[in-house]
Design a protein around this ligand. Structure first.
Ligand code: PEP
Ligand code: MN
Length: 263
C-alpha cells in the first residue's frame, strides 16, 4: 500500500488546514522535546509559530533510555498541548508509546511513533485501526525496507495517513548522536508516495549541527521537518543539548526558505 509502483500519486496528509506531502507543500513541526509546563509550551509555541512552524510538537510520554530519567507529564502534558492548540491555532503532534493510552489522544492531530517503537507491531496495527495521521520514525537500526514494512502494518489496517521520518541511524560514528541518512530521502521518494519528514535534532544531537542538517534535508526535498526548540535549553527536562533557541530556529527557517526556493 505504501509502494509508489501501485500508487503513483503523492499522499497529502492534511491536519487542521496544514498540508504535508505533495508538490509545493512543506510543513515544519517544532517545539520542545518534552512538555514541561504550560508556561514553557506557551513561550515556545508563540516563538515557533511566529517564525513559520505550522505544527507544534512536544512529548508527554517520553521513551527514555533510563527508567530513572524524566518520563514525561503524561495526561497532564496532553492537556497542555490541547491548550496550545487552542491558543495558537496550531495542530499538535506527540508520541504515543502504548495503545492503552489511545483514549487520551482524542485532541491530538498527529500520533508519533518513536524510533524505539518502529517495530512494535501491535501498536502499529492499533494505530492503523484508529485512523488518525501517524508520523512513523525510522528505528535506530532499521533499514529503509523495514521502515516501509512498518508503514504497511499501519496501512494494512485501513489507515493511509502515514508519514515517514528519517531521524538518523546508529553507525560507528560517535561525534553525532546518530548519523543522518540524507540518502534515505531520495530513496524513499522513489519507493513510496508517503510524505517524508526529516528530524535533524535527534539525527545530530547537538544544536550547532541541527541547521546544516535541516538545510541538507530540505535540499534533498524532504516534505517537512520536525525540530526541537527550547527557550531555556540548559534547564530542559530532556534533549537540551540539541535544542534550538527561538532565534536559532528563526535563522534555520530563513536558510531553509532560501533552499526551498532554489530547488
Ligand atoms: C522524539 O521525537 O521525541 C523522540 C524521542 O525521537 P526518536 O523516537 O526519533 O528518538
Ligand atoms: Mn527529544
Amino acid at each position: 500500500k505504501a509502494n509508489r509502483k501501485f500508487h503513483p500519486d503523492d499522499t497529502v496528509v492534511e491536519v487542521g488546514g496544514v498540508k504535508i506531502g505533495g508538490k509545493g507543500n512543506f510543513a515544519v513541526m517544532a517545539g520542545p522535546c518534552s512538555v514541561e509546563s504550560e508556561e514553557q509550551c506557551m513561550i515556545i509555541a508563540e516563538q515557533v509559530k511566529k517564525h513559520g512552524a505550522a505544527i507544534f510538537r512536544g512529548g508527554a510520554f517520553k521513551p527514555r533510555t533510563s527508567p530513572y530519567s524524566f518520563q514525561g507529564l503524561g495526561k497532564e502534558g496532553l492537556d497542555i498541548l490541547s491548550k496550545v492548540k487552542r491558543e495558537f491555532d496550531m495542530p499538535i503532534i506527540t508520541e504515543i508509546m502504548d495503545a492503552r493510552d489511545l483514549d487520551l489522544f482524542d485532541d491530538v492531530d498527529i500520533l508519533q511513533v518513536g524510533a524505539r517503537n518502529m517495530q512494535n507491531f501491535s501498536l502499529l496495527k492499533e494505530l492503523g485501526r484508529y485512523g488518525k495521521p501517524v508520523l512513523l520514525k525510522r528505528g535506530m537500526s532499521a533499514t529503509i525496507d523495514e521502515l516501509l514494512m512498518s508503514a504497511e502494518y499501519i496501512m494494512s489496517e485501513g489507515n493511509d495517513q502515514v508519514m515517514l521520518c528519517e531521524r538518523g541511524i546508529r553507525t560507528f560514528e560517535t561525534r553525532t548522536r546518530n548519523t543522518f541518512d540524507v540518502s534515505a530521502i531520495p530513496v524513499l521518494r522513489e519507493l513510496t508516495h508517503l510524505p517524508i519528514i526529516a528530524d535533524p535534532s535527534h539525527a545530530t544531537g547537538y544544536t550547532r549541527f541541527v541547521t546544516p542538517v535541516a538545510c541538507a534535508a530540505t535540499a534533498a526535498q524532504a516534505d517537512g521537518l520536525e525540530v526541537e526548540v527550547h527557550h531555556d535549553p540548559a534547564h530542559a527536562a530532556s534533549d537540551g543539548a540539541q535544542a534550538l533557541l527561538p532565534e536559532q530556529f528563526e535563522d534555520m527557517m530563513r536558510r531553509v526558505g532560501i533552499i526551498r526556493s532554489a530547488v
